[in-house]
Ligand binder design. Sequence first.
Ligand code: SF4
Length: 462
Amino acid sequence: MKPDRIPRVGLVSLGCAKNLLDSEVMAGVLTKRGFEMTSDPANADALVVNTCGFIGPAKEEGINTILDLARLKREGRCRRLVVAGCLAQRYAGELAREIPEIDAVIGLDEVERIAEVLTASGRRTPPLRADQSVTWLYDHTTPRIRSTASHTAYIKVAEGCDYPCSFCVIPQIRGHFRSRDPDSVLAEAASLAAAGTRELVLVAQDTTAYGRDLGIRHGLARLLRELAQVEGVAWVRFLYAYPTTLDDEVLSAMAEVPEVCRYVDIPLQHASRRVLVDMRRPGTRQSNERLLARIRDAVPGVAIRSTFIVGFPGETEREFRELFDFVEAARFDAMGAFVYSNEESATSHVDEEVISETEKEDRRARLMELQRGIALARHREMVGSVVPVLVDGAAEESELLTAGRTEGQAPDVDARVLIVDGDAPAGRFVDVEITEAHPEDLLGHALEGSVAETVRVTAATA
Ligand code: SF4
C-alpha cells in the first residue's frame, strides 16, 4: 500500500478481553508509525480484523466479519485486508486460500509487526511453525491505545496455558504459559493510573498461575498487593482463576486490602466427576462445594462468577442434572453457560456427537433460566442497601440512565447498577442506594454529595 497521505486503518476486534488487548497494541503500533485509526471501515484505506478461534460460534463470527470486510474492500476504498488473532494463527493457510480478498494473515507472534505487514505489497501468510512455539507477550514499553473507558483498563499479566483441558484448543493456539515481569506490570499500572485509570482488570488464560514460571511464590497475591499501592488505583480485580491454584494468599489479599476487589471469577466447567475427568479438569461436585465455602469463609461479601459447558460428549441427563443441582445450591452471583463445541483438534473431539444441538441448547437454556432466578433473588437482597459504584457512563439503552458497577461486578460480563437520578459523573465513585432489582441489573439513585475520586470507606456494602 503506497501512502499518498496518512493512511486510515479500520480495526475490528472480536473475542475476549485478552484479544482486545492485542488489538489495542496493534492500534498503538500503527498510530506510532503514523497511521490514523478510524472506526468507520467503509472509510478505511486498510482493514484489520483481530479474530477469535476458541469455539465454533466465534470462528463463524470471525469468518462472517472477514467476508463483510472483503465485500467492503471490493466496493470501497480499502486496498489491504489483514487478518490477525487466534483464527488466523489456527487457519492461516485455509483463510488465505479460501478468501482471495485477504492480503495478509499475521500470527500471534507478529502483533507488533502490523505496520510493516500493512505497508508491504503482495500476499503473505505467517511463516509456518509449530503453534506451541508462540512466545509473544507485550510489556509496559509496547505502544497501546486503549479502547475501553479511561477509568478502566485491562492488563494482561500472562499468556498461554499449560493445562490439558480436553475441550480447549487455547494451548495449541497461544502457546505455553509465560508471565510478565512484575516490574513491567507495575510500570504499566502506574502509567495507566497517572492517565486516570481507577480500575485494573488483570487477565491471562490462567491468571492464578501468575509468576509460577518466574519462580515467584504466590505471584498473583503479591502482585495484587503491590498494584493496590499504585497511586490512583482504587480497584484491582482479576479474571479466570483455576480451581486448584486459587490460593489462600490471594483470598487474604482480597479480605485485607480494600483496593483488591472481593470478586472471584472461576470457571468450573462442570460438577459431575465423570464429565470433569473426561474434560481433564480437577474436582468433583463435593470439592467444588468445598472450594466455594473456602472462598466465602475467607472473603466475607465476595461475589463469585463461574462458567460451565453443557452437552460435553457423553453428558447424560443425569450428569446434567448433577450440574443443575450444583448450580442451584451454589447460588453464584453470576454464571455463564456455553454449549460444547466439538473442535477438531481438541482431545475431546468425537466423530459423531450423540447429544443433538437442540438438546445442548435446551440444557443451556435450563441452566441460564435457573441462574436468572438466583441472580434476581440475590439482587433483591441488595434492595435498600447503599453500595459504592464506579460510574461507567451513559447506559446504552437510555440516556436517562447512567451505568455503573459495584466491586462485585466486572466490566462487560456482569450485571450493572443503573443509576436513575443523582449526580454520577463517569469515572468517579458514588454511593448508590439500591431501589429495584432485576436479574440483569440493579436500579438505584446516587446519594447527594457522595461523588468521590475513589471508594468512600464509609459507604455500607451489601
Ligand atoms: S485452563 Fe482454560 S485456557 Fe487452559 S486449557 Fe483449560 S480451558 Fe483452556
